[in-house]
Each structure stands twice: as C-alpha cells, then as structure tokens.
Design a protein around this ligand. Structure first.
Ligand code: SF4
Length: 279
C-alpha cells in the first residue's frame, strides 16, 4: 500500500538520525545557549526547564530562556536556582524584557520544576532518564511536572533518545509531536485527512509504526520546515515527491489551502515544536 511506502521512507530517514553517533545538538542558533542545553552531565535541569518553556512561542526563543537566566544569575546550578523565590523567577523573566509570551504562568512552571527536581530527584534531573527506563516511564516522569502535557513529554523523551542517545528499554510510548509542520505534512502526504485532530495524528503514527511512532517526528517536521511550507511548497526539492499526493493531485491548490492556511491558525496548539530540539 502506498501509505506503507510513505511510512517506510519517513522511518528510514528517522532511523538514520536515530542511529547516527551523538553530535552536539543545536536548539537556539546561539552557541553558548546550546552548550548549556547539551551539558546533560552538569546541567541536566537546563534541558528539562527549556522543554517546559517550549509552549506557545517560537521554539528557539523558549530554549534560550535557561541561558538568559544564567546570564542574569551568573550561574545555572541547582543551588543558584533554588535560591530564587517564585517572585524572583518572575522578575528575572520579566525585567528588563519579557522572556515568554505567557510569563506569569511560565515563571510558576519554572519555579515549581526547580522545586520538583530538587525534592524528587535530589537536584539531579538526569535521574529522570538515566536508569534505562521504559519510554512510558520517561514520558510519565515529564508529565509529572506542572505545565507539561503529552506533547512536551513526548518531545523531550524523543530528543533524549534521538539526539542525546539516552538509552531506554523500549520506544513504544514516544509519540509524534503534533505541531503545525507535522500536521501539515501528514495531511499533504495523505496519511491523515487535512483537518485531522492532534489525537488522530498521534494514533495514526502509532498505527503506522507502533514500535516507535516518534521516529517519524523529525523527518515530517523537517519536511514541513524546509519544503512543505503552508504556501507554495517546494515539492521539486522534497524527497517525498514521488509518493506524495499533493504534487500530482488535481486539487493541489485546494489542498494547499486546506492544509496550509487553515493550519497556520492552529499553530499555537498547546505547545510548539522545539526548534532546536527537533533540531
Ligand atoms: S512533496 Fe510537496 S506537498 Fe508533498 S510533502 Fe513534499 S513538499 Fe509537501
């Protein structure tokens, strides 16, 4: 079936990334900020806190927040963070500039995440993932943080597995992160209807590749980001061109309208993609 060929190609590209040796991961286009996020050995909480901030703003901006706070505080150790009260965190995130669109809510999430890492994980956030847990356990541990829903939890687990090569005992529970790019590409490829809900997309990915649904996440996101733009997709450059329904479909313009413009209005569904992170 043609959808299996599409799945196989997405999985093939996902596996190349998944099996590639560990490389420095780019999240923000800012070297020092990315160094902090890559430092899982000494600052694993930076990765967790950045993941939590990745909601309803551009991913690059969200993942920059730990570094910007480090600049203000002079350090990003857990001891330093634990010395900040919730009003301190709010002030750090609002003065002189607002670091997040929903800064009040995010300051609370940030503060409570620091408390949780301190009390639940003895100030070592790597305990969330370093005991070769099942993927469901990792996702569940992220879900226990205030403000984290399935999309962020799955995204964080996916980045740990794919980019940081953290070993889990299985990958069944790492879902696709249904951001605007992934939704648009799945719709245009004909894997879902153009108007599929987040839940439909997630279960579609589970059905297509149950052993690791999230493996298709980065390839779909990358296609959406590079070629499959809301308007004027560059199908000639896209490696799905020979399988995709859109370039040969007589109602292409209609499909672009349905899967592009209408999608952009939904781009701010609960969480955005981590730029860097898929990244
Ligand atoms: S071939 Fe075109 S419409 Fe299909 S996924 Fe690629 S860019 Fe999008």
């Amino acid at each position: 079936m043609y959808e299996n060929r599409i799945r196989d190609r997405l999985v093939e590209h996902g596996e190349v990334l998944f099996k590639a040796p560990h490389k420095f991961a780019h999240f923000t286009k800012h070297d020092a900020a990315d160094c902090l996020l890559n430092d899982l050995a000494h600052h694993p909480h930076a990765f967790v806190l950045a993941s939590i901030m990745d909601q309803q703003i551009k991913a690059e901006r969200a993942w920059l927040i730990p570094f910007l706070l480090k600049e203000k505080l002079g350090s990003f150790t857990m001891d330093t963070l634990l010395n900040q009260s919730e009003p301190d965190v709010r002030r750090l995130m609002t003065e002189p500039e607002c670091l997040h669109r929903f800064v009040d809510r995010m300051a609370g999430f940030f503060f409570r995440a620091v408390q949780r890492i301190a009390h639940q994980y003895n100030s070592d956030a790597s305990l969330i993932w370093n005991d070769r847990p099942s993927s469901a356990t990792v996702v569940y541990r992220f879900l226990e943080f205030d403000g984290v829903g399935p999309k962020i939890a799955s995204m964080a687990a996916n980045i740990l597995a794919r980019d940081f090569k953290v070993e889990f005992s299985d990958y069944f529970s790492i879902d696709i992160s249904a951001d605007v790019h992934v939704r648009r590409v799945f719709g245009r490829l004909g894997l879902t209807s153009p108007d599929a809900s987040v839940d439909q997309l997630i279960f579609r990915a589970r059905g297509l590749h149950p052993e690791f649904p999230g493996l298709m996440d980065f390839p779909a996101w990358e296609i959406g980001r590079n070629w499959c733009r809301p308007k004027n997709p560059e199908c000639g450059k896209c490696y799905m061109n020979d399988l995709c329904r859109l370039p040969t479909n007589g109602t292409a313009n209609q499909l672009v309208q349905r899967t592009g413009a209408s999608r952009s209005a939904q781009s701010e569904i609960p969480t955005s993609s981590a730029a860097g992170s898929r990244r």
